[in-house]
Design a protein around this ligand. Structure first.
Ligand SMILES: [Zn+2]
Length: 142
């Protein structure tokens, strides 16, 4: 199958997908910070590089882009080069599973939030993340 858009254009589209995710993550972090949570972002010394992490309480929050993490509802792969994309997204999904397993085994509190949850009922999604962090904090201090 051939793509309707040029290679250069496709590359721009993919770049836009990436950067809009970043904006979404930034927004989440800003709101959680405002609520009063203190955390580190994009923690590269932890597996899977959590978007938000609080090591002290073993909390890891991942915000998963519907495209890059293969959301069954919204991941629409470009029609050109489809084998490449299928392989890439499948690799990402397998990596997510490995990462989840690692944190579970280490006794971490891990939550994955889909991009579509944040784009849909944004406040509800933020509340869920906040509740999750709060509960995980209490669990560790008690
Ligand atoms: Zn989705």
């Amino acid at each position: 199958m051939t793509d309707k858009v040029s290679k250069a254009k496709r590359s721009k589209i993919m770049q836009a997908i990436k950067s809009s995710d970043t904006a979404l993550e930034k927004d989440v972090r800003k709101k959680l910070w405002k609520i009063g949570f203190r955390f580190r972002k994009n923690v590269s010394d932890l597996p899977g590089k959590p978007d938000i992490a609080i090591k002290k309480y073993k909390i890891a929050v991942f915000i998963d882009s519907c495209f890059w993490h293969g959301c069954s509802l919204h991941c629409r792969l470009p029609s050109s080069n489809s084998e490449y994309w299928v392989a890439k997204i499948e690799r990402n999904m397998r990596r997510d599973e490995t990462v989840n397993k690692y944190y579970r085994e280490q006794g971490w509190n891990i939550i994955r939030v889909w991009e579509h949850q944040l784009r849909g009922n944004h406040d509800k999604a933020i509340n869920e993340i906040a509740d999750f962090i709060e509960l995980a904090t209490l669990k560790t201090t008690n």
